[in-house]
Design a protein around this ligand. Sequence first.
Ligand code: FAD
Length: 430
Amino acid sequence: MSSVSTGVMPTDVLVVGGGPAALAIAAELAEQGLAVAVLSASDWRDPWPNTYGIWGDEVDALGLGHLLEHRWSYTCSYFGSGSSDPADSANSPTCHGRDYGLFDKNRLQHFWLERCEAAGVQWLRGHAQELSYGSGRSQVATAAGEVLEARLVLDASGHKAVFVQRPDRGPVAGQAAYGVVGRFTAPPVQPGQFVLMDYRCDHLSPEERSEPPTFLYAMDLGQGRFFVEETSLALAPPVPYATLKQRLERRLAHRGVAIEQVEHEEFCLFPMNLPLPDLDQPVLAFGGAAAMVHPASGYLVGALLRRAPVLAAAVAARLRAEPAADSLQLAQAGWQALWPPELRRKHALYQFGLEKLMRFSEPQLRAHFATFFSLPKEQWYGFLANTASVPELIVAMLRLFATAPWNVKAGLMGMQGRELALGMGLILTR
Ligand SMILES: Cc1cc2nc3c(=O)[nH]c(=O)nc-3n(C[C@H](O)[C@H](O)[C@H](O)COP(=O)(O)OP(=O)(O)OC[C@H]3O[C@@H](n4cnc5c(N)ncnc54)[C@H](O)[C@@H]3O)c2cc1C
């Protein structure tokens, strides 16, 4: 393993992290011809713990469909009325008519690792601890006492970022989920089915239905294996794992299904509404550290794949145009490319929307999503994949309001808690 200390090896960008964001941006920066080092607390070759899903259209648009391990065309959700009558027509699925895929996470990791290797990225093991600036450059001190210097530091250390600063806007809501990959006494979903959201709650008592709603995210993995995950969209503080696990077992039992063999348990918790980082700081960020998780869906990987080339090109262009550019100037070029006004407005819009949804009662949530997924496919997809423009999003939201039932309209109109502040932020975002 190589070791970079002050003055030993000239590094343009030191990427801190070893997850999907770090690998994605390191590969792109190095392919731009920059000297890139990755400093990771864990081994960057270690298998990732999370499963990553994505819409088929997103991965196809990037020409990366071969990185998927599973792909479903039978994709649907359930927003049933909550009645316990199995003949209730609300028990029939809302079909999405769009493919959904699960990444082969090893293939995705190697896709980025091979590009990093080919472009000459240096790999360093260490826990970044302190960041300082001097002579226009950045210095990172590790827990082991090593000092690494680069023209720019890029923080890709995840949602609990080590260096990047952001304003404190109060409690951050977390998406929490408890899931099981395994075998079951009976199929928990239909053969070949992918269920994005099953919000049916006929297994819960009336008291339980007044608690924060959760939904099932589930898929048939083939050969008798399934992935089922009880999920809370977002809440501060997050729904505890014990509650999610108990709800999952209750939901399955109600449908005559029990877990037979556990292959893997997934404990999922990540922030959904992190404020955007300060865009005038001399350290750049990417991935969870840069608040790139979609505040309405929790997805990140599609954004990493789409936005890494844009960010890397902007940093490289600034360096080419101004070879003596300091850390602050390089970071500013990066921040402007990563969070241009259009994306900041969309982020504000999504955060405003999420704040509303977090206050919705369970019937409101189910009615909201039933209305949302009855919008034209381009509209709900553009919203979820973050590919629609601001005007397109506003048209979609107005249409949703116009077609929503009264309980949803009432929820959308009332301003509670910090909704007003977020709404103002949306108007004032430049
Ligand atoms: C269980 C789960 C399921 C998810 N599912 C999806 C999904 O289906 N689709 C999707 O798009 N998104 C999903 N997400 C959201 C998001 O994609 C992930 O959180 C993603 O892992 C974030 O990537 P990241 O590289 O920014 O951070 P991380 O994956 O958290 O990686 C951070 C890296 O930084 C390193 N590090 C941390 N601190 C330091 C330090 N001080 N010094 C050096 N290195 C450091 C860590 O060792 C780690 O390697 C999921 C998240 C979770 C938790």
